[in-house]
Design a protein around this ligand. Sequence first.
Ligand code: FES
Ligand SMILES: [Fe+2]
Length: 337
Amino acid sequence: MHETDANRFPYADFPTGWFAIAASHEIGAGEVKPLHNFGVDLVLYRTESGQAVVTDPYCPHLGAHLGYGGKVEGDSIRCPFHHWKFDTTGRCTSVPFAPAPAKARLRIWPTAEHNDMILVWYDAQGRAPLWEMPDFEQTLAPELQGFATYNDIKTYPQEILENGADWLHFNTIHTTRQLEGGIDPKSHGDHTLVFWFQTKGMDNDSAMDHFRGEVAYYGPGYARNLSWGKPFPNMTVENSVYATPVDRGTLQIRSMHRIVPSADNQVPLDGLKQIFAGLGPEITRQLEQDVVIWEKKAYFAQPMLAASDGPILKYRKWYQQFYPNGPAQSAAIGKVA
Ligand code: FES
Ligand SMILES: [Fe+2]
């Protein structure tokens, strides 16, 4: 850990919740993949019947790493070293030429697959999942769906997702229109928070760049941004952003972005494809602008805000629930006297 990291963010633990560790298409049936997230090595595999499984990497026999040479056999993973086999619950089911020791187990991480992402549950206190993640409508046009991963970003999931509550920065950094909005009463439990927003003055102005949208948070690692309006006739544009810890102070971001045409859509597929083609580069453009800020900024627990700011404190108050052990140090960084 760099000393500067501890000084610029007060929470030592990774937040509790579901985090994306791969897009569904990145691991096929029978494949095995080593991962590093939440400060530890992990192994992701997919059984031949299609279930994604995340396990601790080291075989309880003599410690071989299952992510390097481990093989999927049916619904089990076989260790590369002496061929012990483990089922999807982590139980050892077979050992060559001997009965399987009853106590031999792999630790399996709670894993789920929603909206074309594989999600794993993390909790510093080791609790079982406290909520399930939602499923949204399926993508009907795969050519209108894209994925991107951005690795090795030096910040914290809370800082990434704060973007959705920081409406002023869309104008100042990303040069979009000014936004206004509020909390959407449509909430789905304590672990969710929804803000609606729209461009300022859109009711009295016929310009073509006005839009509305919402950002819906589901736990500490996922923000689903939806936009619709004049630039996107008869459709909803989705940018689902997943922030997943790698090590303390380092994370990866995944984006699943797509266009969902409405039932009365009049835009031909070519037109939709053209709008979609602009989406990925726009997300990357905005992200690169944000990364420069994120990687150097400090988190002020009590920031000095102005009337033009979005609901940043509401977002932060909501987010604190995901740190069961609270802040690691006094929240005095940048405190306003
Ligand atoms: S180390 Fe895995 S079977 Fe021996
Ligand atoms: Fe941004």
